[in-house]
Structure formats: C-alpha cells, structure tokens
Ligand binder design. Structure first.
Ligand code: 3AT
Ligand code: MG
Length: 362
C-alpha cells in the first residue's frame, strides 16, 4: 500500500483520454429520450390533476440531474399537501389512479425505505418509481445538476465511474454497495479537492470564505467578484431543514480553468485516492463543506444498529445521513478491492478503457 500510495502517474496517461471520452459519448442518452420522458410526465400530471388539483410532479434522480444512461428508469416525486391522508393512503390512492389510467405493473411498495409506487408506461416503455413528498431528493437532484454546469469534467468522470460501478456490480445498495447518488457525490468532492480546484463548494455560506477565495487566487477579477458575492440564491425548506446554496452557476463557468488535468489523469487520481489515500478509519467526505471532516465530529466512529460507517459520505443536506452506512464488513472489502483493481488498471494496463469495464461475473 505504501508503495502504491506514492507511485507516479504513467507517462502516457494523456494518450488514454480519447478512448475514455468515446466510452463517455457512447453512454450519453439520445435527445429523443428526454422528450419521451416529458411527454409521460405531462400525461401523468393530467391524471393526478383530476384527483389532486394542487399536487405537483417533479422529476428527480438521474433523469433530472443529467447523470442518466440510456433507457434508465425515471424517478418522480409527487409533492402534495393533504393532511387528511397518511402517506400510505396516498400511495394506495395513487396506485389506483394509475391503474385506472391503464399504466402497467402498478405496485405500491409501502414498506420500502422510501415508499414508492412502481409502474410501467406501455406507450413509451418507460419504467417509473413515484414517491411522495421526498423533497430532499428534489433539492439534491438540483444541486448535482448545478455542479455539472460548472465544468464538463464532472459529467465525464461521473458517467465513467457510474458505468464502471455498474459493470463491476458494486452499484447495488440492496447488496451493501453504493448508490449512483453516492458515486456522483464522490466525484464532486474529488473535483472540489483538486489543486487547483475544478469545482467550488456551492453551499458556501456555511463554509469559511477564505477557503473558497484561496482556490480562486488566479482567476480574473470578474469571477473573483462573483465568488465574493456567493451566497444562498436557492433555498428549499424541507421538514425544518434549510437546503440552501448558490445556484447561479453560469457565473462560475471558468472556475476550473486553471486546472488542466485530462479525464484520464482524473480517473487515475480518483481511483488512486479511493484505493490508497482515503483514510477509511477517520475521514468523512463532505461536499457541503468542500473538505474532509472527521468521523469523530459526526459521531460516526462505531456501528449503531445497522449503520456501520465503514466508508463515510455525508449527504449535502441531510447532514446526519451517511450514504455509506449500508456498506458492511463484506461489501467494504469488495469495494476496496475494486478501487485497487481500477487504480492498477489505470496504472499498468495497455487497454484500460476496455479492461476497466469488464463485467464482473457472479
Ligand atoms: P440511476 O441512474 O438510477 O442509477 P440515480 O441518480 O437516479 O441513478 P438513484 O436511483 O440511486 O440514483 O436515486 C435516485 C435519487 O434519489 C437520487 C437522489 O436524488 C436520491 N437519493 C438516492 N439515494 C439517496 C439517499 N440515500 N439519500 C438521499 N437521497 C437519495
Ligand atoms: Mg434512478
């Protein structure tokens, strides 16, 4: 480990970028998919309006945060203020509405961690999960999407990491590995910590200003001003928690320009970080502060019930929520072996953009 920790990046690393970029291009969904999703959303909104005229449907998850592959399922949140009904009653009623609208395979999963109605639209073939009043997910979806507007390398890195995780069967929360949402947060955090930084910390009002300004030292004066003015321009209050951050990201378009690292170098460094540098015993990654914070500070030092905190990823808004808590003794070993495998492939393999994604056969 010590030896790997200090190894230098291979000399030909930049020649690998075009291959990774073509993998990335092949993963991006076609534009028509978006149109089909919107069509479905509008027709669902019409069915809901008849029963609940004040309810709103919001897309969230990968189809709304720009990190969706082709043919992904879509995640929808029904925002409704109806104090006469419990959430389960609403879910059952929603299932009834959808069924009478000829949607297929309608199923209400009232006991899931996030209770949902599942269904499939026979016209477009799109599968959908609908949850109720999960507004944290709406806010974190927008945060992820806003980060992607700042530097294209986030989108490239996160797509490739998601594809790798899916190919290697380590994107399965029901088996104790990480969600897509967790992988995207890992990518954002990694880019916040590059030197010079590729991404800022948008939840800046909670973060000491000198840290932000330190990152910006070599930028032009116009961007400098916009960062000094960086304050919460988006606020959504969910269950007494304020989800607030600076969302005028068009002003931060050049933020990462000082950093010239290519996608291949970033992938190399990302996997090396998680394989050989991250301190799994003491550290928590925090997109909210754009820094590493300690497990001690969060009181995540030992197992509580089923939450083990063996890899700690702080949720940017629900800050008591560790996205790694589902990872257990067995799956942390698998994850770390996969990080090491990926790091070693990027270091030595002659064809890493193929080998990296070799499907894991169970
Ligand atoms: P896929 O392309 O579907 O794999 P996704 O981004 O849709 O990726 P998920 O299906 O894992 O990701 O989750 C859907 C959204 O739900 C993403 C995020 O807005 C929210 N979400 C997922 N897991 C959590 C969590 N543990 N805490 C808070 N929000 C979450
Ligand atoms: Mg999803």
């Amino acid at each position: 480990r010590i030896h790997q920790r200090y190894r230098e990046c291979r000399d030909d690393i930049d020649t690998l970028s075009p291959c990774f970029l073509s993998v990335y291009e092949s993963l991006k969904p076609a534009k028509e998919e978006k149109a089909k999703q919107n069509e479905l959303l509008q027709s669902l909104q019409k069915s809901i309006d008849k029963e609940w005229p004040n309810a709103q449907l919001h897309l969230y998850g990968s189809c709304a945060n720009t990190f969706a592959f082709s043919n992904s399922d879509i995640d929808i949140c029904l925002a409704i203020d109806d104090s006469n009904m419990s959430r389960n009653e609403m879910l059952l009623k929603l299932a009834e509405i959808l069924q009478s609208d000829n949607l297929q395979n309608v199923q209400a999963l009232t006991n899931a961690r996030v209770p949902i109605v599942k269904m499939m639209d026979p016209k477009t073939g799109i599968a959908c999960d609908i949850c109720i009043n999960n507004l944290f997910a709406v806010a974190n979806t927008k945060l992820l999407k806003d980060y992607t507007q700042i530097d294209d390398r986030l989108h490239q890195l996160a797509f490739i990491v998601k594809h790798w995780a899916r190919s290697r069967a380590i994107n399965e929360t029901y088996r104790g590995t990480l969600s897509s949402y967790a992988y995207v947060l890992m990518c954002i955090h990694f880019l916040q910590l590059r030197k010079p930084a590729i991404l800022p910390c948008l939840q800046v009002s909670k973060c000491p200003m000198h840290i932000q300004l330190g990152y910006m030292s070599s930028m032009d004066s116009r961007s400098w001003t916009s960062v000094q003015e960086m304050e919460a321009t988006y606020v959504l209050t969910v269950d007494d928690t304020e989800c607030a951050y600076f969302d005028q990201v068009a002003k931060l378009k050049n933020f990462g320009a000082q950093n010239k690292e290519s996608i291949a170098e970033l992938l190399w460094a990302f996997f090396h970080y998680w394989a050989y540098h991250h301190d799994y015993t003491s550290d928590v990654i925090s997109v909210r502060t754009g820094s590493i914070i300690s497990k001690q500070l969060k009181n995540w030092t030992r197992r509580v019930g089923n939450d083990r905190h063996l890899i700690c990823i702080e949720d940017p808004f629900e800050t008591s929520h560790d996205l790694g808590r589902i990872v257990d003794k067995h799956s942390i070993k698998i994850l770390r072996e996969e990080f090491e495998r990926a790091a070693d492939i990027l270091q030595y393999d002659s064809n890493p953009s193929i080998t990296l994604f070799k499907p894991y056969i169970q």
